[in-house]
Ligand binder design. Structure first.
Ligand code: ADP
Length: 185
């Protein structure tokens, strides 16, 4: 199963990604986790990326595309993968399409986790991650609407998009996800 998981910051993607991994066993490819690990290890890419991340901006496309294209070559991705946090721009989505069509491993489904902005602000205010300062949160929400949400139309046209209501109890939301993923297996 090859999946892309799309949703605004604070939508609960991380939590639901864990549930999906546990049940369906794809490899979890979280660009946020990868970048934070690179930052903490103080690699060159990590230190570069930190400048963008701490202000809520996106890391440049070529950087993140380079990271993902290397990672997708790894053997473990043959068992399927869940891309979490990538693609976030149309340029990234096009690059991903190219990589996957070269490898003859197209996407099966794009899951959108949908949560209204007011609820996102409430959730992120309580989280306290380094990039969860109020100005960075606003920048990430704004970035989602302007830069990332065009992906919904992009994948909708390809017939890949499945939208999940991200409000309610974690277990109820996961039930909604299971319904979608079981039906497209
Ligand atoms: P969130 O979904 O809460 O914004 P993530 O953990 O997915 O957070 O990502 C944290 C930060 O890492 C983003 O704000 C951004 O700076 C950077 N980042 C992650 N994925 C990408 C990507 N695909 N393109 C550009 N920047 C990214």
């Amino acid at each position: 199963m090859r999946l892309v998981f799309v949703g605004p910051p604070g939508a609960g993607k991380g939590t639901q990604a864990e549930n999906i991994i546990f049940r369906y066993k794809p490899v979890h490819l979280s660009t946020g986790d990868m970048l934070r690990a690179a930052r903490d290890a103080k690699t060159e890419v990590g230190l570069q990326a930190d400048k963008y991340m701490s202000s809520g901006q996106l890391v440049p496309d070529d950087v993140i595309i380079g990271i993902i294209s290397e990672r997708l070559k790894n053997d473990d991705c043959k068992q399927g993968f869940l891309l979490d946090g990538f693609p976030r721009t149309i340029a990234q989505a096009e690059a991903l399409d190219q990589m996957l069509s070269d490898a003859k491993t197209p996407l099966d489904t794009v899951l959108e986790l949908k949560v209204p902005d007011g609820e996102l602000r409430k959730r992120l205010a309580g989280r306290g991650r380094k990039d969860d300062a109020p100005e960075a949160v606003e920048e990430r929400i704004r970035g989602y609407h302007t830069i990332t949400s065009p992906l919904l139309e992009y994948y909708g046209k390809k017939g890949l998009l499945k939208t999940i209501d991200g409000l309610g109890a974690v277990t109820d939301i996961f039930e909604r996800i299971i319904k979608v993923l079981d039906s497209c297996r």
